[in-house]
Design a protein around this ligand. Sequence first.
Ligand code: SF4
Ligand code: F3S
Ligand code: FES
Length: 232
Amino acid sequence: MKVKVKVRRFNPEKDRRPYWAEYRLDAQPTDRVLDCLTQIKDQQDGTLTFRRSCAHGICGSDAMVINGRNRLACKVLVRDLGKNIVVEPLRGLPVIKDLTVDMEPFFAKYRAIQPFLINDEEPPFAERLQSPEARARFDDTTKCILCAACTTSCPSFWASDSYYGPAAIVQAHRFIFDDRDRGAQVRLAILSDGDGVWRCRTIYNCVEACPREIDVTRAIGEVKKAMLVGIG
Ligand code: SF4
Ligand code: F3S
Ligand code: FES
């Protein structure tokens, strides 16, 4: 099928402002948006810049705004979009070039919540065992691939650079509710200030955006509850 792909482009080294570029191409209905972008880069304009790695929804590197919604370019089929496809960089992070944004502010917030197992107790001889029920407590948030689709769809994040954002809270949730971890109080203290969980106004864009179908707002709600009444 013939499709028109409109891409928001910007090279800060030579453009004064972003502009729209249009490309017409033949695509299969089962092609992904990533295939279209690759075809444009290979056959029409080698300067088009975007980030991708796995091409299978695992690495989280090709989140972008596609027809108005945050999605992974490697997971959206042309047949689900129709003949007009509009692609923009994620909002709320600085554009490095075209569809590639600077992820460092996002990862700085991720690092801030200490996303690693904290436990100074003497380790057992073999491994720290965990029951299936205890593992299930935080299973949903282990699925996060750090694509930033949630955080960059959140109006609270757009309004405040200092908000940790839903992805960082999801990652905090993954450790706070892990019964092998002993750092929950440290993370809850980090997230208890005005830029932490309380800046979430339950707008739900994050749930809509998450390609892993994580119930992000529920996870944030559980962290809020843990702050108020403890970890149940
Ligand atoms: Fe991406 Fe979902 Fe993780 Fe947010 S919670 S970073 S949308 S995988
Ligand atoms: Fe933002 Fe999601 Fe909360 S969109 S305000 S983090 S529910
Ligand atoms: Fe890895 Fe899309 S390229 S998630």
